[in-house]
Design a protein around this ligand. Structure first.
Ligand code: IMP
Length: 199
């Protein structure tokens, strides 16, 4: 029987990305729903790693398959790494990203480029069949531009610029973004960890 991994997300884009990254492994990847698990999880950790582990451990109570979970966000250095682990909740969960991005641009108004450094961070936690927990972190470095640009991506992508490409991550193709993104990097790192332990 094919080995199985349950990925603790309800997000279809994340499911597509993890399946693309794990395609060279002989595993079946199921969403929480596909695994028949529907629970609400309170993410009250203080770091990305803690939140990812909280989610993965909560799901692992319901299955003996490997469980993966991720937690991600945007850290802006000038704002003491805000919005950080509160990225989704910044200004309220229901506030549009147009408004959230505009507010961050306003808070950086007049700040020179060298001080606008930022990164997307993604922690991925894995709970193994013996219930051991592994965590890895992926990042992508960039800066907050002077204005929002681009239609691709989601969340804070329109204001997050990557020096190497001279554009925002909302102006990159999905394939290119996955190749360089924090989540792509974290998923590739956890894949190597799983291979290392013989999964
Ligand atoms: P979560 O890890 O799915 O809870 O996402 C946290 C939040 O971080 C998202 O709602 C976005 O606001 C932000 N975020 C995480 N990754 C990205 C990204 O690749 N682009 C834009 N925003 C992101």
């Amino acid at each position: 029987m094919k080995k199985r991994i349950v990925f603790a997300t309800g997000n279809a884009n994340k499911m597509r990305e993890i399946r693309e990254i794990m395609q060279d492994m002989e595993v079946e990847i199921l969403s929480m729903k596909e695994a028949g698990i529907e629970i609400d999880i309170v993410e009250d950790g203080k770091t990305f790693e803690e939140n990812a582990a909280i989610k993965a451990k909560a799901i692992a109570q319901y299955t003996d398959d490997i469980v993966l979970a991720d937690d991600s966000g945007l850290e802006i250095d000038y704002l003491n790494k805000e919005p950080g682990i509160y990225s989704a909740r910044y200004m309220g969960e229901d506030t549009s990203y147009e408004v959230k991005c505009a507010e961050l641009l306003r808070r950086l108004d007049g700040v020179e480029k060298a001080k606008r450094t930022a990164r997307f961070v993604c922690a991925v936690a894995a709970v193994l069949p013996n219930k051991e927990v592994l965590t890895v972190r992926g990042t992508i470095e960039g800066y907050i531009g002077e204005k929002a640009a681009g239609e691709n991506g989601f969340g804070y992508d329109p204001i997050f610029y990557v020096e190497e490409y001279g554009c925002s991550t909302a102006q990159l193709s999905r394939e290119k973004k996955n190749e360089i993104s924090h989540r792509g990097n974290a998923l590739r790192a956890i894949k190597e960890e799983l291979k290392r332990i013989g999964f």
